[in-house]
Design a protein around this ligand. Structure first.
Ligand SMILES: [Zn+2]
Length: 337
């Protein structure tokens, strides 16, 4: 529904139940198809106020509508998502847990109404109102590895499908279709394999065209969106398309220079450590970050955060050498000026 439900009924957002009912009765009387036959504008106005009343007269639905507006039907999913996002324990599911989610919210008041409405008017089949189906949003979680390589998810959808017997009209040869009880739709379980592209991040939406709610009266189907959350990784930290990893470097290599192995998302590489590398320094491994989504976007980088490791015990010989070093560094400034 494009129009705000409160506006449709001409009431304020704080209107009481009684005010809403009375506003609806008045408008319904004015625009009812029995009163205004063959008036398309009145017909669509009647549908609009009826749809608004359907929601605002139901305390539960009204609460959701007040909070989420046009997306009120997805309120449960949105809240579920928010719960997931605030949970600090993303990692516990582990990579590739492959959870599938059920899209909630069955039935479509609009379509049921369309059919009631057609029958009310009786006579020859009136022009079906041609409406695009609603979009459906489903949350998914992927591991960082899956986000790096791309992955697939099997989505289980229980949704309404256009009734094949009556083709969504709710009627067979002028009589009520018994397969769908005249609603034009039947409920069905569907499994859908969806490809999640490499480079997705938390908040990415993967669109699956035409897999949302069915269109009404020959309208095109809505789309399915997978709303992605990428789980935290125990070694890599992600910022945008860049990755960060802590790399332990022995103090001797930090002072003299050397090479250390570094884990990347695509295997180990050897990283050259320049001499006199300070603790906390970040060394960039260009192009070793996350693949970028979308054409022309650049790959991210990997940053090795240097953590210098001091010895945990010293042999007598090492101790003697360190003492020599300390003596060297304590020489009078005269030596350096
Ligand atoms: Zn049917």
């Amino acid at each position: 529904m494009a129009k705000d439900f409160y506006d449709a009924l001409g009431v304020s957002r704080t209107a009481s139940d009684k005010e809403i009912r009375s506003a609806y009765r008045k408008l319904a009387r004015k625009y009812h198809p029995d009163v205004t036959p063959n008036d398309r504008a009145a017909e669509s106005r009647f549908k609009e106020v009826t749809a608004a009343f359907e929601v605002l007269s139901d305390a539960e639905k009204r609460k959701k509508y007040d909070k989420y507006g046009d997306r009120w039907e997805q309120a449960d999913q949105i809240e579920e998502m928010q719960k997931r996002q605030s949970a600090a324990s993303w990692a516990r599911n582990g990579p590739g847990s492959g959870t599938s989610f059920e899209a909630s919210g069955l039935g479509d008041f609009g379509s049921i109404f369309d059919n009631l409405f057609r029958r009310e008017r009786g006579g020859p089949r009136s022009q079906p109102s041609n409406r695009r189906g609603q979009d459906v949003e489903t949350p998914i979680e992927v591991s960082l590895e899956e986000a790096f390589n791309g992955t697939t998810r099997t989505i289980r959808l229980q949704g309404a499908e256009t009734c094949r017997v009556c083709g969504g009209t709710g009627e067979v040869a002028g009589a009520l279709c018994h397969t769908c009880d005249g609603t034009g739709q039947v409920l069905k379980d569907r499994r859908l394999e969806v490809r999640v592209p490499a480079g997705v991040k938390t908040g990415s939406r993967v669109r699956v065209a035409g897999e949302g709610r069915p269109g009404i009266g020959g309208g095109v189907n809505g789309d399915l969106y997978l709303l992605v959350t990428v789980q935290q990784h125990n070694r890599f930290e992600r910022k945008g398309d860049d990755l960060y990893i802590d790399v332990t470097v022995p103090y001797t290599d930090a002072v003299l220079g050397g090479e250390v192995p570094v884990q990347t998302m695509s295997g180990r590489v050897m990283l050259r450590i320049p001499e006199l590398t300070q603790n906390g320094r970040q060394i960039r491994l260009a192009g070793k970050g996350m693949p970028a989504l979308g054409p022309g976007a650049a790959r991210g980088d990997l940053f090795a955060r240097i953590r210098i490791q001091l010895p945990e015990r010293l042999s007598a010989e090492e101790r003697a050498l360190f003492e020599q070093l300390r003596d060297l560094e304590k020489r009078p400034e005269a030596a350096t000026t």
